[in-house]
Design a protein around this ligand. Structure first.
Ligand SMILES: [Fe+2]
Length: 315
């Protein structure tokens, strides 16, 4: 499929993937000339797009994302405490990996689905891919939900999830980027996250929500269950637990089946320098293959807006 904007913008070729779609913009080359309405249309259809052929680096990434979204989030309340700025003093252009960052595989997840607020749209840009592996993975939650066994759909429609996280004194200061517990209390109260303060100085957050999210295109299976279960049951880390709201554990055999279904619908993004990926965080889960190369450098931005709403309306 090709697009030709009425203004004479050079055409892009859109190729559907197992999840999401690839947009070849090599005929456009200049990221400032990208046909943004056509990109937004493809994004709405496929839930995620990977734009190639425009050699987008830090400065171009900032410029393109700011034409596509009006506001960006700092990474506050997220599980990964080591996300540094990737662009000068900007607090919204973040490193995903690089340097000493962990290189393990990350199962499919929606970004920050264990808390609120959570981003609507994710932007990833490849500065340098790993020499081997290290692909970002994407999986369309609508296809994922449709492929779940009836037993799983019934379970997740009947029971909500409860994500419980325990932070010691050091951890919550890093996660919430503040020394003020009052600030954390206010943030949790504002977002409907339950906060419990324990006598030993640890705090506990509890967020209850469904394992799916309904979007205009349908019901999407999107959550943080696979990451949290791998962390607790495979790595043996005890600070984060996901259960059903009634306290019962998620059935492990069923979750292994669900993991396999997710794999069958997953698209690897085989990064090349200058590629840009945009992911609907209300619909499409993402993750990462493991890698060894410390030079892998992917940067990201999180927007609290659906793609294109503010900026395109203003153009
Ligand atoms: Fe993520």
């Amino acid at each position: 499929m090709t697009t030709e904007h009425m203004t004479g913008t050079p055409s892009m070729t859109i190729t559907p993937l197992t999840s999401g779609a690839m947009i070849d913009a090599s005929a456009v080359k200049d990221p400032a000339k990208l046909d943004l309405p056509a990109i937004v249309d493809a994004f709405k259809t496929y839930g995620a797009v990977v734009i190639t052929g425009c050699d987008i680096r830090h400065a171009e990434f900032v410029a393109v994302t700011e034409r596509l979204a009006g506001s960006f989030m700092e990474y506050v309340g997220g599980a990964n405490n080591d996300r540094d700025s990737a662009y000068g003093a900007s607090k919204t252009v973040l490193t995903v990996t690089g340097g000493s960052a962990a290189k393990y595989a990350i199962p499919l997840h929606g970004e920050m689905f264990y808390t609120l607020p959570r981003p609507e749209t994710l932007f990833f840009c490849c500065i340098n891919p790993a020499s081997e592996n290290g692909q970002t993975t994407i999986c369309d939650g609508i296809k994922f939900w449709a492929a779940l066994p009836d037993e799983a759909k019934e379970l997740f429609e009947t029971k909500r999830l409860a994500y419980r996280r325990i932070y010691n004194d050091d951890a919550w200061k890093k996660v919430y980027k503040t020394d003020s517990l009052d600030h954390v209390r206010a943030l949790c109260a504002k977002n409907g996250v339950q906060l419990t303060e324990h006598e030993d100085g640890t705090i506990e957050t509890l967020h209850v929500c469904h394992a799916y999210h309904d979007v205009p295109a349908g019901r999407a299976f999107i959550n943080s269950v696979l990451v949290w279960m791998a962390r607790e049951y495979i790595e043996g880390i005890q600070d984060s637990k996901v259960r059903f709201e009634d306290g019962s554990e998620l059935p492990k055999e069923l979750m292994y089946k669900i993991h396999a279904i997710g794999e069958s619908l997953t698209q690897n993004i085989d990064w090349q320098p200058g590629w840009l990926a945009i992911v609907d965080n209300m619909r499409v889960m993402h993750g990462r293959r493991s890698y060894e190369d410390g030079k892998r450098d992917i940067i990201m931005r999180l927007s609290d807006e659906p793609l294109g709403v503010t900026a395109l309306a203003a153009e």
